[in-house]
Write a protein that binds this ligand. Structure first.
Ligand code: NAD
Ligand code: UGA
Length: 433
């Protein structure tokens, strides 16, 4: 089989590479000439563990290609996946669909023979139908169906998530389109991955419902963590105590600085707007959005309180800037809100992030960037763990204490144990413990 993936970003590049690993002939298309030319030279534009070796293997096998030119590949494709960005539209929180619709129009011009046009981007209910009408209008002779195949991978674990997903959701209108999609995912049948075949609308809504539910779980445990602090309970034990109940489940119950990233914030906002448009408001998700939006300011206050009530004139050592470990993605990272708040209150900041620093430098230009975790701590008044990268899990605590002016650690990811830290002589503040 032959497919094209439009958009070679986190989702497009990972999905395309994984499909080629299944044996499919894949061409990833991007409008960015620089991105495509780098990919053709073997330079991977994002950090995703294991992706570079998998790309190389499939390029070497002649199954994975990169181009900016749709005319070369669309006519031969059995399916075309649209995997371009769907960011929040400025001002109103709706998903901005201009990249999706542009891609649909571009693809339509080159269709030849039966093709399934699949939205892999996260798109609101009704987008698949709109794509169908754009393609039909642009190319009235085209023989095509549309399908919705939302992606559930997580950054940092993207390959594992794509190759061994909990389920694959396919929204399709015809048996013919569904068969093409089933054939593409055939290798997953061997590991008994459930395929959920639905209508277009159901598939589109399933994606938003999944992300909103996960965001709700995180926000719920964050508010329980706040209460734990007030009543002297331990949120990790509460999470374990509830998570072992199979109906609740133990994942996504880690309290922290609030969810960030390229998806939960924009997708919760978009779901809220869709629901309002249909006069069926989802007030629980509206609350989740509001609570999570307020969380970074709370975390900044927590840091200031740990520093004796103020960070004016103080130096903060910051470990981690990305919204989660194992990615270089800075989109909607809590650091983008917490850092300016601390700066506004008079702090100076030295930060270290293993993969996000390059991108962070353009977004957070008013802090200094260190070459390793310890360099941030020289004469700092406190160290703050903002992202739970593995390399922050076993810091040499004696060295940390020697470097810091005062032994204060604010651990917003609950990486360390409170008893261990107080034994080591730290004033230690974490979340919900
Ligand atoms: P991204 O910004 O990393 O990548 C999008 C790519 O599309 C960019 O390289 C851009 O140059 C390219 N592009 C834009 N318009 C184009 C066009 N007309 N033709 C060709 N290329 C074009 O975005 P992403 O993080 O991969 O997200 C893509 C979609 O997948 C979004 O809808 C997102 O919500 C969804 N999603 C993302 C993740 C994730 O972990 N990042 C997971 C699941 C779903
Ligand atoms: C999330 C979903 O997990 C994916 O299933 C989905 O495909 C993706 O969004 C998407 O639609 O783009 P991702 O954003 O890559 O994936 O990362 P997550 O691991 O879900 O983390 C999101 C945020 O929640 C991070 O800021 C993380 O630190 C936070 N989080 C996560 C917590 O605070 N606590 C948790 O228990 C889990």
């Amino acid at each position: 089989m032959r497919i094209a993936i439009i958009g070679a970003g986190y989702v497009g590049l990972v999905s395309g590479t994984c499909f080629s690993e299944f044996g499919v002939d894949v061409t990833c298309v991007d409008i960015s000439e620089e991105r495509v030319s780098n990919l053709q030279k073997g330079i991977i534009p994002i950090f995703e563990p294991g992706l570079d070796t998998m790309v190389k293997r499939n390029v070497d096998a002649g199954r994975l290609h990169f181009t900016t030119n749709l005319a070369d590949i669309i006519p031969q494709a059995d399916a075309v996946f649209i995997a371009v960005g769907t960011p929040s539209r400025r001002g109103d929180g709706h998903a901005d669909l201009k990249y999706v619709y542009q891609a649909a129009e571009d693809v339509a011009k080159h269709l030849s023979g039966y093709t399934v046009i699949v939205t892999k981007s996260t798109v609101p209910v009704g987008t698949g139908r709109e794509v169908k009408s754009i393609v039909a209008k642009t190319n009235p002779d085209a023989d095509f169906d549309v399908a919705s195949n939302p992606e559930f991978l997580r950054e940092g674990a993207a390959i594992q998530d794509f190759m061994r997903p909990d389920r694959v959701v396919i929204g399709a209108e015809t048996e013919r389109a569904l068969n093409v999609m089933r054939k593409l995912y055939q290798p997953l049948y061997r590991i008994e991955v459930p395929i959920v075949a639905t209508s277009l609308e159901t598939a589109e809504l399933t994606k938003y419902a999944a992300n909103a539910f996960l965001a709700t779980k995180i926000t719920f445990i964050n508010e329980i963590a706040d209460l734990c602090e007030k009543v002297g309970a331990n949120v990790q034990d509460v999470a374990r105590g509830i998570g072992l109940d199979g109906r609740i489940g133990k994942n996504f119950l880690h309290a922290g600085p609030g969810y960030g990233g390229s998806c939960f914030p924009k997708d919760t906002r978009a779901l809220v707007r869709t629901a309002q448009d249909y006069n069926s408001p989802i007030s629980i998700v509206e609350s989740v959005v509001a609570v999570n939006d307020a969380r970074p300011a709370k975390m900044a206050e927590k840091i200031m309180a740990a520093c004796g009530g103020s960070v004016k004139g103080k130096k903060i050592a910051l470990l981690g800037l990305t919204f989660k470990p194992n990615t270089d993605d800075m989109r909607e990272s809590p650091s983008l809100y917490i850092v300016p708040e601390l700066l506004k209150n008079g702090a100076t900041i030295a930060a270290f992030d293993p993969k996000g620093a390059e991108h962070a430098k353009t977004l957070l230009p008013d802090i200094t960037y260190a070459a390793d975790p310890y360099e941030t701590m020289q004469d700092a008044d406190a160290v703050v763990i903002l992202t739970e990268w593995n390399e922050f899990r076993a810091l040499q605590l004696d060295r940390v204490k020697d470097l810091l002016k005062t032994p204060i650690m604010v651990d917003l990811r609950n990486v360390y144990k409170p008893e261990e830290m107080s034994e080591a002589g730290f004033t230690y503040v974490s979340v919900g413990r």
